[in-house]
Design a protein around this ligand. Structure first.
Ligand code: NAD
Length: 442
């Protein structure tokens, strides 16, 4: 099948494009920045994911991936177009649908010229009602055609996890495929595209598909805030959250594999903005979203726990060298959007600390975020060298190595993610962590 991916240089768009191309579909990767599309044409991925560049290069080589800025050409030559553009939140938390509207207009104008049947699929995360109330009316207005009769419409939410995006797209066995359909023909077309995927699929309405995405993300975000609140209580009561979690998971009603991950809070391009957008949507329809608001409130304060722990052990942070390890919002990606590290670093700077940062992938994004306010280390050992304390904010595997910390001036490690077993540290360290029954001396 020929496919057009609109927003093809973004995280979701590029993942969708390279994965569908790798499945043998002729896939147009449509971006609006000529410079980014040129990078993709030369085999360079615009986001970091394991294996992304290999699949990208393979797909370019066998002619299955066509990077372009020409949306019209891509849609005219395709049976399905995926809208993968950004849906950021506005200052009041509500969703900003301007990119969705703009792209819907462009696709609509193209559909006017298109003779063959075409399905427009919303892949971006949008609040319930967006496809029905915005996308379809705009497509109909600009194409002068009728949705359902002249073209199809689906809403197929993206469930990928950054850091394992390719794996999640190609092998969605654990996360499933949800297709919201305007009518049977639209849904049948989408399911033909997914017929070789080994996954449970669900067909539903457009609005329900939109809501499923928000319900999933809010549920997971709520679990993280719950874990953080319990972890904070553990610390004060002399209990260890990791043990508490293990004990909780013995209960089949709770079970393993839940998102009970204590740390400096959730970040990334999805959870914070999606929970905020759902809060705004709930209020718009006169539902008071108490639990969703509490989820955000816990998360807002959580990064400061790391600073409190650091001050508890180091004392004043002014003029102290503090190393921050891990800047991306989770390991396996270079994405720093709403990463807890931003709040941690800014709070350290407010305390007057000299901050030295390191991340295996996110240093380029970090430079855009922090400018010349911090020192950038090209290796973890340079960041911690001579430091008065080290804060682990993202759990990249390399931070588990105890000898990494040996060149510190003051041997203090604050572990936001339980990335490091204190038993791996040399004697003479003070180790503390979020949710830990500590501090302990090694
Ligand atoms: P992103 O900002 O990385 O990508 C969006 C892309 O759309 C950008 O490259 C932008 O240039 C492009 N774009 C905007 N207008 C365009 C136009 N007119 N023509 C061509 N390209 C255009 O965002 P993302 O992280 O990929 O997220 C996209 C959507 O998917 C959002 O709704 C997000 O909530 C959702 N989502 C993201 C993830 C994730 O992990 N990143 C997971 C699931 C769902």
């Amino acid at each position: 099948m020929n496919i057009a991916i609109i927003g093809g240089t973004g995280y979701v768009g590029l993942t969708t494009a390279v994965c569908l191309a790798s499945k043998g579909n002729l896939t147009y990767c449509v971006g609006r920045s000529e410079e980014k599309i040129e990078r993709v044409r030369h085999g360079f991925a615009t986001v970091y994911e394991d294996n992304m560049e290999k699949i990208l290069k393979d797909s370019l080589r066998n002619g299955k991936l066509k990077p372009t800025t020409n949306l019209e050409e891509a849609v005219l030559d395709s049976s399905v177009s995926f809208i993968c553009v950004g849906t950021p939140c506005r200052a009041d938390g509500s969703i900003d649908l301007s990119q969705i509207r703009e792209v819907s207009e462009k696709i609509g104008l193209t559909l006017e010229k298109k003779k063959d049947y075409h399905v427009v699929t919303v892949r971006s995360t949008v609040v319930p009602g967006t496809t029905d109330d915005l996308v379809i009316p705009v497509l109909e207005k600009f194409s002068k055609k009728r949705a359902g009769a002249d073209f199809g419409v689906c809403m197929n939410p993206e469930f990928l996890r950054e850091g394992q995006a390719i794996e999640d797209f190609l092998f969605p066995k654990e996360i499933g495929i949800v297709v919201g359909e305007l009518d049977k023909r639209s849904g049948d077309t989408m399911l033909r595209l997914y017929k070789t995927f080994d996954a449970r699929t669900m067909r539903t309405t457009l609005r329900t598909a939109e809501m499923i995405k928000y319900a999933r993300n809010s549920y997971l975000a709520k679990d993280i805030s719950f874990a953080n609140e319990i972890a904070n209580v553990c610390e004060k009561c002399g209990a260890d959250f990791l043990e508490v979690k293990k004990g909780m998971e013995m209960d089949a009603r709770i079970g393993k594999g839940r998102f009970l991950e204590a740390g400096p809070g959730f970040g990334g391009s999805c959870f914070p903005k999606d929970v905020r957008a759902l809060v705004a949507k709930a209020e718009e329809v006169d539902v008071e979203p108490r639990l969703l608001k509490a989820t955000l409130e816990v998360n807002k304060l959580q990064p400061t726990r790391m600073i409190e722990l650091a001050k508890q052990i180091v004392g004043q942070l002014k003029d102290k060298k503090i190393a921050v390890l891990g800047l991306s919002f989770k390991p396996g990606t270079d994405d720093m959007r709403e990463a807890p590290s931003i709040k941690v670093v800014n709070a350290l700077l407010d305390e007057g600390a000299n901050v030295s940062v390191y991340d295996p992938r996110a240093l380029e994004n970090a430079r855009e975020t922090f400018g010349n306010k911090v020192t950038y280390a090209t290796q973890a050992k340079y960041a911690v060298n001579n430091a008065n304390a080290c804060l682990i904010v993202t759990e990249w595997a390399e931070f588990a190595e105890g000898k990494l910390y040996n060149a510190m001036r003051q041997k203090i490690v604050i572990d936001g993610r339980r990335a490091l077993n204190p038993l791996n540290l040399a004697p003479g360290f003070v180790y503390h962590a979020i949710g830990f029954n500590g501090p302990v001396k090694t």
